[in-house]
Write a protein that binds this ligand. Structure first.
Ligand code: ATP
Ligand code: MG
Length: 274
């Protein structure tokens, strides 16, 4: 059963000068189609990877999938509910917001530096009315789940390493008990060895909690062991989509081949995507 479905997802940005300037200079409107008619679906409990170069539209899709940005055309649905349906009642909207969480590339930017980790993790509990009366215990549980300790709740984000901070971001995403997590380059700011630890953590959490991931990266090596299925984005278009093992064994699109060539440490035998 698929939980997440994108159909004809499109997002345009108007990059034009203000109209007065256009009138005076006779310049035309400039519209950028950052995401162009993209469709994919993600099976419950699996990882779908979106791979592509900088500017290919990955984060724009992520922002639409989490409901931060409205599509110009097309839809994205979670269990059949359209995220951007204006007729959604507030309760359904809140429930969807709780179910879909995001982990960003830079935990420096996404964790409030003035808050202790305990407060950062308790915030979603309050927002969604979860673990009422046992917040402290739930925060301890979340920290343990991501390989940190209960006493870390008293510390501030800057007291942690990059990898630990990303664990805190993951714990914060888990706090709202989501079933769908969008990871936008969650490990690209980390050293390779730390990267592997965070990827393993994400995989373990997926197994334990039955999570569904949309995993965004420019690095095919990262998704070889993470994703069941891969979509390759180029200039906002999905140029190829295949199961991970098939894609590594026989890429169809020249652009995919180029990305694979750029990741020479990989070959099909190393692809063990779930
Ligand atoms: N709010 C915006 N206004 C105008 N243009 C935008 C906006 N957001 C994104 N873009 C443009 O849309 C295109 C896709 O951007 P996006 O951030 O989705 O790429 P990306 O694949 O995530 O790249 P990266 O790997 O660098 O993160 C880029 O050309 C970007 O400049
Ligand atoms: Mg991006």
């Amino acid at each position: 059963m698929s939980i997440v479905e994108a159909r004809g997802l499109t997002r345009r940005f108007d990059l034009s000068d203000p109209w007065v300037v256009r009138m005076l200079t006779f310049r035309k409107k400039r519209i950028l189609t950052a995401v162009d008619d993209v469709s994919f679906s993600i099976e419950k409990g699996t990882t779908y990877a979106l791979v592509g170069e900088s500017g290919s539209g990955k984060s724009t899709i992520a922002r639409m999938a989490v409901g931060l940005l409205a599509p110009s055309a097309g839809t994205i649905t979670i269990d059949g509910t359209n995220l951007n349906d204006p007729a959604l009642d507030p309760a359904t909207r809140t429930a969807l917001r709780r179910r879909i969480q995001m982990v960003f590339q830079s935990p420096y930017a996404s964790l409030n530096p003035r808050w202790r980790v305990g407060a950062i993790l308790a915030e979603p509990l309050h927002a969604f009315g979860l673990a009422a009366g046992r917040e402290t215990a739930r925060v301890a549980e979340l920290l343990e789940q991501v390989g940190l300790s209960e006493t870390d709740a008293r510390r501030f984000p800057h007291e942690f390493s990059g990898g630990q901070r990303q664990r805190i971001s993951i714990a914060r995403a888990l706090a709202s008990e989501p079933d769908f997590i969008i990871c936008d380059e969650p490990t690209s700011a980390l050293d390779v060895s730390v990267q592997a630890q965070v990827l393993n953590l994400l995989k373990r959490l997926q197994r334990e909690l039955g999570l569904t991931y949309l995993f965004i990266t420019h690095d095919l090596a990262v998704v070889a062991t993470m994703a069941r299925r891969i979509g390759v984005l180029q200039h906002g278009k999905l140029v190829e989509e295949q199961d991970t093992i098939a894609l590594f064994a026989a890429p169809r699109d020249p652009y995919t081949k180029m990305l694979l060539d750029a990741a020479p440490r990989l070959h099909p035998a190393s692809a063990t995507g779930r």
